[in-house]
Design a protein around this ligand. Sequence first.
Ligand SMILES: *[C@@H]1O[C@H](CO)[C@@H](O)[C@H](O)[C@H]1NC(C)=O
Ligand SMILES: *[C@@H]1O[C@H](CO)[C@@H](O)[C@H](O)[C@H]1NC(C)=O
Ligand SMILES: *[C@@H]1O[C@H](CO)[C@@H](O)[C@H](O)[C@H]1NC(C)=O
Ligand SMILES: *[C@@H]1O[C@H](CO)[C@@H](O)[C@H](O)[C@H]1NC(C)=O
Ligand SMILES: *[C@@H]1O[C@H](CO)[C@@H](O)[C@H](O)[C@H]1NC(C)=O
Ligand SMILES: *[C@@H]1O[C@H](CO)[C@@H](O)[C@H](O)[C@H]1NC(C)=O
Ligand SMILES: *[C@@H]1O[C@H](CO)[C@@H](O)[C@H](O)[C@H]1NC(C)=O
Ligand SMILES: *[C@@H]1O[C@H](CO)[C@@H](O)[C@H](O)[C@H]1NC(C)=O
Length: 901
Amino acid sequence: MRLMMLQLLAITITIISSRPTWGDELKGQCIEGERQALLKFKEAFGNTSNRLSSWNSGGDCCKWKEVRCNGTTGHVISLHLNSSYSDDTLRGELSSSMLGLPYVTSLDLSGNDFMKTQVPEFLGSLHHLEHLILASANFSGTIPYQLGNLSRLQSLDLSWNDFNLTVNNLDWLHGLSSLKVLDLSYVQIGSVENWHDALNMLPSLVELHLAFCQLSNHPLSLPYVNISSLEVLDLGGNDFNVAIPDWLFESGHRLQHLDLSHNKFQGQIPDKFHNMKSLVSLDISENNLVGPIPSTLCQLANQRHSLKELYLWNNLLNGTLENSLAQFSGLVVLDLSQNNFKSVITDAHLDKFRNLKQMTLSLNPLTINLKDDWVPSFELEMLRLAHCRLGHEFPRWIQSQKSLSIIDLSGANISDAVPDWFWNLSPTIRYLNLSYNHLTGFVPDLSSHVSLRFLDLSKNNFSGPLPLFPPNILVLDLGENTIFGPISRVCAMFGLGNSLEILDLSFNNLLGNIPNCWTYGQNLTILNLANNHLSGPIPDSFGSLIRLQTLSLDGNNISGKIPLSLKNCKSLVLLDLGNNQLSGTIPTWIGEELHHLKALILSSNAFEGYIPPQLCQLKKLVILAISLNQLSGAIPQCVFPNMVVEQSTPDFYGTLGITSSYFSINYYDLVPFALIWKRNYYVYSGHHAGYWAIHALKIIDLSSNSLSGDIPQEITRHVGLKSLNLSRNILDGSIPSNIGEMKSLEALDLSMNQLSGKIPTSIATMDELQNWNVSNNNLSGEIPRGNHLDTFDYSSYMGNPNLCGHPLTSTCPSEESLQDSHHRQGQAHGWDWDKIHPFYMSMALGFLTSFWAFWGSLLLCRSWRHAYFHFLSHICDKVYVMTAVVEAKLRRKFWSQQVPK
Ligand SMILES: *[C@@H]1O[C@H](CO)[C@@H](O)[C@H](O)[C@H]1NC(C)=O
Ligand SMILES: *[C@@H]1O[C@H](CO)[C@@H](O)[C@H](O)[C@H]1NC(C)=O
Ligand SMILES: *[C@@H]1O[C@H](CO)[C@@H](O)[C@H](O)[C@H]1NC(C)=O
Ligand SMILES: *[C@@H]1O[C@H](CO)[C@@H](O)[C@H](O)[C@H]1NC(C)=O
Ligand SMILES: *[C@@H]1O[C@H](CO)[C@@H](O)[C@H](O)[C@H]1NC(C)=O
Ligand SMILES: *[C@@H]1O[C@H](CO)[C@@H](O)[C@H](O)[C@H]1NC(C)=O
Ligand SMILES: *[C@@H]1O[C@H](CO)[C@@H](O)[C@H](O)[C@H]1NC(C)=O
Ligand SMILES: *[C@@H]1O[C@H](CO)[C@@H](O)[C@H](O)[C@H]1NC(C)=O
């Protein structure tokens, strides 16, 4: 999440860092030496971009694109080669031919790719430089102290470069006596002692950005920085875990923009805003702040004051909002989400707002009672009230809001029909989330809503046939409703040029054959059709879904063989075809071609033949579930590397079937400026519960087949495995003696086979084991004892006539003489399958509710499995949260540009 944030910020900052304004191109005659210098500069980038195509050996270099000369002297005075689009990116080194441009005052190379090279020392010799903008340019290494020679420098931006861009010290900053704007965001400054001293030496600084600089590394608290001249201060993302210091308020009288977000600030927000009369935006979101919103802050937000944007989301703030809201009337953006504010908000509290455009109160225990006929005096663009209590009726006052582009009313406890006027959405709407309510009615034809990108109507009671959607929709989730009728209507969505990336129609009442119309679904990454009444074969054209990462057809009546074309879906991470009527053999190409597969679920079908040893090639596999089929032959001697490790390193891509493109496109679309999204190399690094779950779940389930032969020794190498189920086969031989090495196992079921020999004593060392079953085999000898093992009762062992010892009542030969041998025989006879069957069943149920309810339910319990797909919703929630943040940042930047300096 944070990495994603960084990227987004990187982009943001690239686009909007303060830059000198461009005048009209001045006429000037190019100086030959400088022309040569420019050509050399170009040469260093090879052919990586067409950007410099106008730079030819002939002609006046002052007329070349992006070059500007002084009209009088003819010297090159500025080069603006900042890039926003990947097509534009210059890639290479910064050539020292720059030294041939000694009069350059303004150099902007941000957004290009300098391939982790150093920021060159020679830049320190370009003494005329006033603006040096090298943001987001993949510079790495140490920032050269020679930059301190640039005494005319007014703005220096080295933000959002490679993570390893560092400074040894900041003493060189002393030389930058004219500096007004300094942006070192994401430069690793944390190791510099007394970094603040250097900043305090900059007399004319107006803007200071030190976001994500690891400042909290040293010292631990936030030391005093002289901010008396500052208008913009950004200290976000530095993990400060102290109270917000008072000096910020005491000396920050000129501050217009203060960003303390993404730290770990504790305690209350200080009630010291009396003198911060210039404050326009305040962002303290994502900290650990408690208590109420201080009254001096509230006062800044009324119409007589300047505060326009207030971001307090994701803290532990509490108290009531009624009084604060009454004072917030001047705000344009209000984001209080993810706190603990308890209030009943009525229209009276919101009546004074005039300019509000973004209202985000999600995830607070708020009750929001707005009269149906209330007409607000503001015109919202964003309304997010997720998980607030809105009452059972659909909020009708929204009808007055004609400019909405983001609406989130998910989990708001609405049980009503969606009114017709609502579906007549404002043409600006892009994001609509009504999930987790009890909404009813038919979803109408939405195909004319061409701006709609994201639609989540899941977990409601919507019915009617599958509606039509605009071709450029990216995310469509209708899961868990009662949509009925033929699935074939889905074809309307997959015409040429559709952009759908995520489609979830699971848990509805769709029926019929899955149509063969997926040829244009190239951008689909998640397709979930699970738990409908679909029949017929898997269509061949699924083979066109080359970006598909998640395919679930679980719980339908799909029959036939797995089509060969599916081997083109090489991006698949999760393939779930369980609970259908598929037949034939398990194709060998699954192992040979689907290299990214992490979960293969074919349980409860009619597959036959051998388990192909090619499956052993699935290096990333963590879930293999092929139980309840008619498979025969031996268990292949696979070792799956991902199950061999106990804790796998999280990888960012594909874990949940979420691609970078999803995020980028989503942002791209929601945030107009994010067009500049160019390097989608960080995706999702959030520690989302579900995200970890897929790593933690390591399961092999081959139960209820006709597998024979030994339990292969190799299986014990899977020390990361949580559950191994080989029950109900015809396996013979003995239990591998080193099975105790599988220390992570929480469930081990070998019951109902023909295993013989002793139970290995190493079992006693498996501390995580909660469910253990070897009943109904031919095991013999004494049951091993051990602290953990003693907790299992006889149901784990019954049906093995030659087993003895606790917890069975049959004693082992050494003790035998003490017992009546008749008793033992009778007992052994008692484990007759017919007799114990009901008992076995109840044991099995117990098994289900304990272990499987947690881990194994992914495979067995459909609703939980469905929950897997609803990480998606959470992630989407994250996306919109992030969107809001980015948007906010962008707006703020623009705002700051409009404020006269
Ligand atoms: C790069 O551009 C030059 C001149 O346009 C051309 O001669 C050369 O073949 C190009 N090189 C590559 C690798 O495209
Ligand atoms: C051009 O150069 C002259 C002489 O150095 C200087 O006075 C003038 O301000 C410069 N103009 C610009 C636009 O830099
Ligand atoms: C370069 O930056 C300027 C000023 O911020 C901006 O107007 C321009 O669009 C940018 N150019 C590119 C190609 O991104
Ligand atoms: C930065 O440069 C390195 C080295 O050339 C390269 O591997 C990497 O992809 C670049 N990163 C970006 C974001 O361009
Ligand atoms: C920087 O200035 C110092 C003197 O102030 C000088 O000795 C040094 O050579 C200069 N360095 C560069 C790279 O210009
Ligand atoms: C930073 O540099 C160190 C040492 O050169 C290297 O091990 C590490 O991988 C680099 N980190 C990144 C994110 O490039
Ligand atoms: C707010 O939370 C603090 C502790 O976190 C608690 O002491 C206080 O009573 C709460 N206030 C309200 C109004 O709930
Ligand atoms: C599919 O995704 C690619 C890359 O993300 C994008 O360039 C393309 O426009 C998308 N196609 C459609 C039809 O949206």
